[in-house]
Design a protein around this ligand. Structure first.
Ligand code: S3P
Length: 185
């Protein structure tokens, strides 16, 4: 039995952090380990808008994307225990952040800048905020602007190295320290 099968959360587990932190790939695996559905906020926004994120940015602009992002996350948070991966900017929204802090377990997936740069360069074009930019400079600027928000998460876990299995084990170990009394029962 996976370690995590012993954890029974009563609210969503939200993964947040920068582009390239591994929120979706680790979220999927964490969901499997805990027997929970995995939801990806970006994928849900694309489904609701019937277009890709680059298309949303191009046709409607970032403000419209952020508005859709806030509404989609608000809806997902009402849908019970699940693992929910956010887009990198979502937790910087005051409303979204307050809702997550009140309604979910939140984990900041922390990864050093060099590793973020390496990872995001594998999929150029996928992230409109990085297109045509000096990727390292832009990621560094976004991280500077966002890290005080990320630091409000319940937990911060370093997932900058090692295998996916190691990272999932670290996430579960961290979560165990935050379970409510009824989740521990
Ligand atoms: C963004 C991150 C992206 C996506 C959008 C904006 C950001 O998600 O939501 O391109 O503002 O950091 P990932 O963090 O999954 O790449």
């Amino acid at each position: 039995m996976a370690d995590g099968a012993l954890i029974q959360v009563e609210k969503p587990i939200v993964l947040l952090g920068m582009m390239g932190a591994g929120k979706s790939s680790l979220g999927l695996r964490l969901g499997e380990a805990l027997g929970l559905a995995f939801r990806d906020a970006d994928a849900e926004i694309e489904k609701a808008a019937q277009m890709s994120i680059p298309e949303i940015f191009e046709k409607h602009g970032e403000a419209a994307f952020r508005d859709g992002e806030r509404r989609v996350i608000q809806r997902l948070l009402t849908e019970g225990p699940q693992v929910l991966a956010l887009g990198g900017g979502a937790f910087a929204n005051d409303t979204t952040r307050a809702q997550i802090l009140a309604q979910a377990h939140s984990i900041w997936l922390d990864v050093p800048l060099d590793e973020l740069v390496r990872r995001v360069q594998k999929k150029p074009g996928k992230r409109p905020l990085l297109v045509g930019q000096d990727v390292r400079a832009k990621l560094s600027e976004l991280l500077d602007a966002r890290q005080t928000f990320y630091a409000e998460a319940d937990l911060k876990v370093d997932v900058g190295g090692g295998t996916h299995e190691d990272a999932v084990a670290r996430l579960i170990k961290a979560l165990e320290t935050r379970l409510t009394p009824s989740e521990k029962a």
